[in-house]
Design a protein around this ligand. Structure first.
Ligand code: AMP
Ligand code: ZN
Length: 466
């Protein structure tokens, strides 16, 4: 199996430290707002990687954090506390906010058929681990204290900047753009390990006792503490979105390696971003979508997983409703195939020997998946295989194998399957509407309802429902 490693910028042979075990940490959500389809792209890509590793025979130990400690709006210690901001906006306590959005996150990943991590750990349950790690760093002489915080001294860590391949001077220029900076911070790229509840954080709600007085942890320290606690000093894979490369992940490396003097992570796996109509998602632009928004418009949440599968994880993905409609239709087609092949799934002696052609298709699909997660290519071969003349029982086997590694729930037979004949009538009706021929459109709608379905018009086309 091959994986692109952000650290080396190369696609490398994947060789875990202690096979068949694979230690895997992925950065989870900050639960101060809704989990949106952008977050879900990264979480699905991580899930596809995990399923692929298991498909290859590895035994994956997966840990994911939930950031329920308020960290600041700027990744670089600037700005205000995200949780307190969210709480104020919604007139709720920070604890209510955390609970509400944690549940929404768990519900969202369930709807997308994401396999839950072995440990889904909350930052607030690991404050002691973080304090111990900071004390370890203090003993090694790589920290300093100001009136406001305990900082990691980046000048003591020679490899700082290796992950993002940025020169330290470039980083300093970027860091100087901070809105607020502690006047006693020695270097703009130094980062807080612990904030004290004095000065600008005097009234901070979430606070814990510590050797440095009441305070709260900096954001980055939680991932180092939890990764090392559950998975050991050096792990095989660490995953997240590309936005985390220059600050969060760079800082995780500095803290962890600063404490242990061992490599923190062997392979760094990063997902490119999801855009909506070629723009960054934001509430003010009204292009901020959650899984419930998709469901309310009549889409099966798994259609989003299908959409993600169609674009390689390292390429940006532009979300449009047209693309989601196409993904929903693609999913329906595969489910239709599953239904029609199901009856041929009993293997007769005649088919015990697989044809060379069958073995080839199977190999092409797994080769694509094992080659740095080339799911779009695997999907193309899957369609070619379904249309080929290999025995139906072999098609069924390959389809179910793909189903397992892709998580598309193709064997969820209770899901309503829209027959191709009904989709064809709906397409004709859509054409009629577009040319203004409403008589024909109405007649075709009646035809569809006689077959037991309703058709709903949406901006991107139509949606059929039983
Ligand atoms: P956050 O709660 O902001 O820390 O995000 C949780 C995860 O989602 C991180 O791994 C982010 O990199 C990722 N993420 C956030 N926004 C997007 C987006 N628009 N597209 C892809 N991944 C994202
Ligand atoms: Zn993290």
């Amino acid at each position: 199996m091959k994986l692109f490693n952000t650290l080396t910028r190369k696609t490398e042979q994947f060789l875990p430290l202690n096979p068949p075990k694979v230690t895997f940490y992925s950065c989870g959500p900050t639960v101060y707002d809704y989990t949106h389809i952008g977050h879900l792209r990264t979480f699905v890509n991580n899930d596809l990687l995990k399923r692929t590793l298991e498909y290859a025979g590895f035994d994956v130990h997966h840990v994911m954090n939930i950031t329920d400690v308020g960290h600041l709006t700027g990744d670089d210690d600037s700005g205000v506390d995200k949780l307190e901001k969210g709480a104020k906006k919604q007139n709720k306590s920070v604890w209510d906010i955390v609970q509400f959005f944690t549940e929404q996150f768990i519900q969202s990943i369930k709807r997308l058929n994401i396999v839950p991590p072995k440990e889904l750990c909350k930052a607030t349950d690991h404050i002691t681990d973080m304090i111990e790690l900071i004390q370890k760093l203090e003993k090694r002489g790589v920290t300093y204290q100001t009136d406001e915080a305990i900082y990691f001294d980046t000048s003591k860590f020679l490899n700082y900047g290796n992950l993002s391949h940025q020169k330290i001077d470039e980083k300093i220029v970027q860091a100087r753009k901070e809105v607020y900076s502690d006047p006693n911070k020695r270097n703009p790229v130094d980062f807080a390990l612990w904030f004290k509840c004095i000065g600008r954080f005097k009234k901070h709600v979430m606070r814990w006792k510590s050797p440095w007085g009441d305070g709260f942890p900096g954001w980055h320290i939680e991932c180092s503490a939890m990764s090392m606690k559950y998975l050991g000093d050096t792990i095989d894979i660490h995953a997240g979105g590309i936005d985390h490369i220059p600050i969060h992940h760079e800082n995780e490396i500095a803290q962890s390696e600063g404490a242990t003097e061992k490599p923190f992570v062997k392979y760094w796996f990063h997902s490119a971003f999801l855009l909506v109509d070629n723009e960054k998602m934001s509430k003010s632009k009204n292009n901020f979508y959650t899984i419930d928004d998709l469901k309310n418009k009549g889409y099966d949440p798994i259609s989003l997983r299908y959409l993600f599968l169609m674009t390689h994880y390292q390429k940006p993905l532009n979300f449009t409703w047209e693309a989601l409609t196409a993904a929903q239709n693609g999913l329906n087609t595969l489910r239709q195939w599953a239904i029609s092949l199901r009856d041929s799934s009993t293997r007769s002696n005649l088919y015990l020997e697989k044809l060379e052609k069958t073995v080839n298709y199977q190999k092409q699909i797994s080769d694509a998946i094992f080659d740095n997660s080339q799911f779009p290519q695997a999907l193309a071969v899957l369609y070619e295989m379904l249309k080929s003349n290999i025995p139906p029982v072999d098609k069924w086997d390959i389809l179910m194998d793909f189903n397992h590694v892709s998580g598309l729930k193709l064997d969820d037979f209770h899901k309503v399957i829209i027959p191709q004949s009904v989709t064809l009538i709906a397409e004709k009706r859509n054409q009629a509407r577009k040319r203004g021929d409403f008589d024909t459109a109405d007649k075709l709608r009646d035809e569809i309802s006689k077959l037991g379905f309703t058709v709903e018009d949406v901006t991107s086309g139509f949606i059929l429902k039983k």
